[in-house]
Design a protein around this ligand. Sequence first.
Ligand code: NAD
Ligand code: UD1
Length: 332
Amino acid sequence: MKVLITGGCGYIGSHTAVRLLESGEEVVIIDNLINSKIDVLDKIKEITGKNITFYQEDLCNLEELRKIFKKEKFDAVIHFAGLKAVGESVEIPLRYYQNNLVSTMNILSCMQEFNVLKLVFSSSATVYGSPKSLPILEDFPLSTTNPYGTTKLMIEQILTDVYKANNKLDITILRYFNPIGAHKSGLLGEDPNGIPNNLMPYIVKVATKQLPVLNIFGSDYDTIDGTGVRDYIHVMDLAEGHILALKNKKKGLKIYNLGTGKGTSVLELVNMFSKINNVKVNYKIVDRRPGDIASCYASSLKANKELGFTCKYTLEDMCKDSYNFVKKNSNL
Ligand code: NAD
Ligand code: UD1
């Protein structure tokens, strides 16, 4: 199968490219490198020993995208590309709507023109807003609190409408919970620019003394220890979910949560990280971060039943691999 991976130089896309190449598929990446680096391609090659065709292109450029589709004749598309910083999306919403929606619509129109039927789309647990109960099931009500989340919700709606108009399409929407961890080699991982917004990249920067202290946002939530609870999933397990989605025999429009089904609090994660890596993580408790919810974790029963999805990696692995990647890749 020849698979187009949009955003394949990014965090989740690069790990998925590795798994796809390892399972014998042909991979083509389109990425404009707005949030990633070109040397990721060499690292994917180093891990897999296989070549990738790469186009440095903005998916918002329909004419260039058409040329690529015409030339490559894809069997399937995994659409990761998008802007993903929640805070930034509140400050510059138009940029988010423009990038995330136009790129997706361009992909869909090229798929239509060149008769590509299979699509896997990266959605997010953010579409559940503040869930009414836990664990979160796929049929829970949807809502969002920021423009980033709204782009995901709007794209899910677009995919639903496009599928209604052409039910030969085979579309899988994957709602990721909180991906962390890195490839075992330490060659690929999450490498955000500037000061991280998300918890694990922040913990790692504190552990490696690139930042002085982790601010824990609130200790008065109704959770095991008062800190926020999330469903952290190893990025390699997440990558595997995409392989299973591509191979799924069930056709149509399908939606799956990809999480472990297990909630972990901020303090539990920090303590696990310190213990497994034998490193101190300075932290202090500060006010809640506006817009945060107390707890969020998935029911992954549907993905397990229909895709055979299970998580192989533990929280220990996630902590170890995240640290290993940053130690190997920062000049400390
Ligand atoms: P990432 O930023 O590391 O990767 C996205 C890639 O897309 C980057 O390499 C970027 O350069 C590229 N890109 C963005 N806009 C583009 C455009 N117009 N044309 C071409 N390339 C473009 O992000 P990630 O963490 O790998 O996330 C992948 C997808 O999963 C995103 O859609 C994100 O919203 C979604 N998601 C991520 C998380 C998470 O915590 N990482 C959680 C839920 C959902
Ligand atoms: C974030 C995004 C969400 C996205 C999800 C998965 C925000 C507001 N939301 O959610 O849209 O789908 O990632 O990528 O960014 N925390 C701290 N200190 C920190 C950072 C985080 O205490 O410096 C806490 C948070 O309060 C939360 C937990 O750690 O309880 C996880 O935070 P984060 O990694 O930002 O993920 P989410 O809030 O789940």
